[in-house]
Design a protein around this ligand. Structure first.
Ligand code: ZN
Length: 86
């Protein structure tokens, strides 16, 4: 049987167990795709930027522009928050 070290308590645990029997640390090695994480951050940053532009437009008095930027920003933010990492 193969053994591995728990990253939390450094005890030897057998490979394949879901949690460390010593400290309960989860040992499933989920590889979260970097691309999807980056995409999510990118969407959120874009949304924040668009909301910022919307606020600037609002401050400048162009309400229609502010509405468009604001709505698109909120929709993007929604997408960014709801996008689940798999
Ligand atoms: Zn442990």
């Amino acid at each position: 049987m193969a053994f591995d070290n728990c990253p939390a308590c450094n005890q030897q645990v057998s490979v394949g167990v879901l949690t460390c029997p010593n400290c309960g640390h989860p040992l499933t090695k989920e590889k979260k795709p970097l691309a999807s994480r980056l995409l999510r951050v990118l969407i959120q940053l874009t949304a924040a930027a668009m909301l910022f532009v919307g606020a600037m437009k609002f401050a400048a008095g162009s309400l229609e522009d502010a509405l468009i930027w604001g709505v698109v920003g909120i929709v993007l933010l929604h997408i960014g928050v709801r996008t689940k990492e798999k």
